[in-house]
Design a protein around this ligand. Structure first.
Ligand SMILES: [Fe+2]
Length: 306
C-alpha cells in the first residue's frame, strides 16, 4: 500500500514539476531572439493580468507613501494581516511581520529544527528523511519537508497571504532548512544565489519564518524594493537578459533601494521573488534555521490557462 502511495506521490510531483510548473526563464535561456521572447512573455503576462489579485500586487504603480516594511502583530489575537501590511507589500514587494507566531508554536518549530541539528528524525514529522540538498559548497545544510497542518498560526498567515495575492487559498510546500557555517572566512559569491537575481518573470513569492534572530553574519536575504512590479522596464530586461541577474546589461537602468532583511527572533517575512533578491554571503561561524513556504507546485500553469 505504502509503495503504491509513494508511486502516486512521485508521479504527481513529476507532473507538477515538469509539465505544470509556472514558466520560469528556461524559454529565454534557449531562445535569444527578441521577437520570440516578446511573444512568449506577452502571452504569459496577459494571462497573469487576468487575475484581479495580481493586478493590485504586480501591475499597479508604486505608492511612494508606503515605506514602512516591518510590522508587529503582537496584540492581534486572530493574527489578522491588516490592509496597511498588504498595501505596503504591494508597493515594496517585501513585508516583515515581527512576533509572528505564538510562543508555543515557535517552540514547536524550534523542536522540529532540533531534529535536523541532532540528525535524529522523530516519527510522523517529515515527508521523507531530511537530507543535504547540496546547494552549498562551504556550508552544511540539512533540509526536511513537512506539512503546513502541523502549524496552525503559520497556516492561518499563509492562507491569508495566498487568498489575497493569488485570489484563492493555496497550500504551501513547507521546507525546514538548517544551515551551519563552520568556516570563519567569508563565503565566495555563488551564481543564482548570492547575485541579485529573479526567480521567474511571472508573479511569484516565498514566505520565510525564523524562530531566531537573523543578523548580518547569518546570510540574510537582500531585496531590491519594488523590483517585483511588472512594467516596461521589467519586460525589457527579460527581452535582453542573458544571466537574469545583476550582471546583465539592462540592470544598470534600474534604481532600486536595497534592503537587507535582518530580523528579530520569531519573525516572518514575505518577498515577491519575481523581483530582484539574493542571499548575502555567510560571514562567520553561524547557524541559521529558516522555514520556507513555497507555492509554485500548487499554483501552476493550470491556474494561468483555465
Ligand atoms: Fe531566488
Amino acid at each position: 500500500m505504502l509503495v503504491k502511495y509513494n508511486l502516486i506521490q512521485k508521479f504527481r510531483k513529476y507532473i507538477n514539476n515538469r509539465i505544470l510548473r509556472t514558466p520560469g526563464v528556461e524559454f529565454f535561456v534557449k531562445n535569444h531572439d527578441v521577437n520570440q521572447r516578446k511573444k512568449y512573455i506577452n502571452f504569459w503576462i496577459n494571462r497573469a493580468k487576468n487575475n484581479q489579485s495580481f493586478q493590485k500586487y504586480f501591475f499597479s504603480t508604486i505608492d511612494e507613501n508606503k515605506k514602512k516594511i516591518s510590522f508587529k502583530i503582537i496584540n492581534n489575537e486572530k493574527y489578522l494581516i491588516t490592509n496597511e501590511i498588504f498595501e505596503s507589500l504591494s508597493s515594496n514587494g517585501l513585508a516583515i511581520l515581527e512576533n509572528a507566531l505564538p510562543e508555543d508554536e515557535r517552540n514547536k518549530i524550534i523542536d522540529f529544527f532540533s531534529d535536523l541539528k541532532n540528525k535524529n528524525f522523530k516519527k510522523n514529522r517529515w515527508l521523507k528523511e531530511p537530507s543535504n540538498p547540496g546547494f552549498f559548497k562551504e556550508v552544511d545544510e540539512l533540509m526536511g519537508e513537512t506539512i503546513i497542518k502541523n502549524f496552525k498560526t503559520l497556516k492561518n498567515l499563509s492562507d491569508q497571504f495566498t487568498k489575497e495575492i493569488y485570489g484563492k487559498i493555496v497550500e504551501p510546500t513547507v521546507q525546514f532548512r538548517h544551515l551551519r557555517q563552520n568556516n570563519t572566512k567569508k563565503e565566495e559569491k555563488v551564481k543564482g544565489a548570492s547575485y541579485l537575481h529573479t526567480d521567474r518573470f511571472l508573479p511569484h513569492f516565498k514566505i520565510y519564518y525564523t524562530p531566531h534572530e537573523i543578523t548580518n553574519d547569518d546570510a540574510p536575504l537582500e531585496y531590491a524594493l519594488s523590483s517585483h512590479k511588472i512594467n516596461e522596464n521589467f519586460i525589457n530586461f527579460y527581452l535582453q537578459a542573458k544571466n537574469f541577474d545583476e550582471t546583465d546589461e539592462l540592470f544598470k537602468y534600474f534604481q532600486f533601494e536595497k534592503k537587507i532583511v535582518c530580523v528579530p527572533k520569531n519573525s516572518l517575512y514575505i518577498a515577491f521573488t519575481n523581483g530582484f533578491h539574493k542571499r548575502t554571503p555567510f560571514n562567520n561561524l553561524s547557524e541559521r534555521s529558516l522555514v520556507f513556504l513555497q507555492y509554485v507546485q500548487r499554483f501552476n500553469k493550470f491556474d494561468y490557462l483555465f
